[in-house]
Ligand binder design. Sequence first.
Ligand SMILES: NC(=O)C1=CN([C@@H]2O[C@H](COP(=O)(O)OP(=O)(O)OC[C@H]3O[C@@H](n4cnc5c(N)ncnc54)[C@H](O)[C@@H]3O)[C@@H](O)[C@H]2O)[C@@H](O)CC1
Ligand SMILES: [K+]
Length: 552
Amino acid sequence: MTELLSAQQMRDIEKAAMDSGEVTGLELMERAGQGVVDAILAEWPELQKGKRRAVVLCGPGNNGGDGFVIARLLAEREWAVRVHLFGDPAKLPPDAKVNHDRWAADHGVLPMTADDVFAGERPDVFVDAVFGIGLTRPLPEHVARALDVKGMKAWKRAHEIRRVAVDCPSGLDLDRGVVPSDMEPDDPEADPWPRTLNVAELTVTFHTPKLGHYLGLGPGLCRKLAIVDIGVGPFVPERAMVGMHPDSERVRLVAPTFAGTPLRPRMWPMSHIAKSRGMGHKFDHGHVIVFAGGVGRGGAARMAARAALRAGAGLVTVLCPPAAVIENACHLDAVMLRALAKDQALAEVIDERVSGFVVGPGMGVSEWTRKRVIEVLGRRAEGAAHRDPIVVLDADALTSFEGDPQTLFAHTHGRTVLTPHEGEFGRLFPDLSGPARAGMSKIHAVRAAADRAGCIVLVKGPDTVIAAPGGGASVHAAAYGREVPWLATAGAGDVLAGLIAGLGAPHTSSEAYAMTEIAAWLHVEAARRFGPGLIAEDLPEQLPGLFAELSG
Ligand SMILES: NC(=O)C1=CN([C@@H]2O[C@H](COP(=O)(O)OP(=O)(O)OC[C@H]3O[C@@H](n4cnc5c(N)ncnc54)[C@H](O)[C@@H]3O)[C@@H](O)[C@H]2O)[C@@H](O)CC1
Ligand SMILES: [K+]
């Protein structure tokens, strides 16, 4: 998989490269600027010919330094280039200063106000090199106005202006994927709509994407990502190979790529999906139990069950209250059904071979649900040769512990997966959610939650974050061409819970964390395959075709 870096990790890599003596900061800046120019010409080949116009906005740090390189390289192509600087040239960091001075030796540098920027002739390319990984606070008002897409209306035929962001659209925090603003998050007087908007058509980043490119507002503002290799790969600290278990230091992007290079789906995810390899008896593929709610409330469990069966579990059984048996029997065929009376012990109706559970969808928030969760978590494997069942806790299984999450965390084990949406997450981790999360990234919050809960935590969203105790974390983003707004539909979360259990239940499946990542990816792929109009029931039905394509 591809690693997503924090700003500090990127700085450390750059420093290691420079400390090695093999490359200077100035050379890295030149490669960065050249890479941006190449990316622009690759994205819009029509720009390769003719004398074009560019406006380059440079900031007070090395992002601005990249901007001066870009301006020079475009001018060398005989483009008419206008440069606007925010900040004092005398205070630029050394490499940026060198490139500023090279540019200023034969060209002008204009101030950065909206009036100055939008006054000149309409450019073909508008380059934002104001702030990159060094952003520490909200944009000054006049800089935000100079970067505002609405300002471009001052130029006629504005749609032909190609907006390019160097590292990120300035104002985006690349660790968190948020645009910091001076407003207090819960200030009722605050205008909920930002007055300015800086969005790119192409964002060019260096070495590997940063966290904020995939979190929160990042994908919406960056729109399209190009990655430039600036040759710092050899200076990336040796860490454990990206394997099955997440490395505590690194955050990985859940996608069929390795270090930015596409992987064949046979390598990932198919090589981890038990039913796609070898032979086996249905019991080898595991048995998943899904708890259902009372009469009229079984739909969520049935969808989770069907997803588990399609994902590869050998057997799936829905357990429901006796009164709901007829309702469920009318809907289920391949999925089996058993009645479980309120006070009946689980051991009376299921055997030890059960290797996966889904608890929560449609169960209701109640003391009974709490008891069942604790009972399921108590079913541990005996002996080193066996492993604990995978236990996916979703929806009401989480909400039932609101106000008393410690009781839940006292029973979780390493093969427990909590799959809250943001609301459910807030009920279990109020101090890591909502306004309390201000300043903290979703990654940080979910990592802290996984440590506290002692199990895997997956927080759903267009940016799904998964973390394991000890710091390992992944981001799965339905972004950059994989957007599936139609996946925000009732029951989609129940299907995800079923997918995780169905993928993780086979006795030969990879570890729960890896299967959780794959489930998040397949869930979105299934939605993409179906397209708009999707309802949750459609998701499991996409799996056979999807598996066939991935194996092809
Ligand atoms: N780190 C690396 O490996 C490389 C970095 N390069 C470029 O360098 C950039 C990072 O450079 P820097 O660390 O200098 O950071 P930036 O250029 O992003 O910004 C840092 C400067 O902006 C100021 N600042 C931050 N937020 C502000 C705000 N809201 N208002 C006013 N001033 C603010 C800081 O005090 C600092 O002076 C990267 O984004 C990339 O474009 C490239 O040249 C290639 C290599
Ligand atoms: K920028």
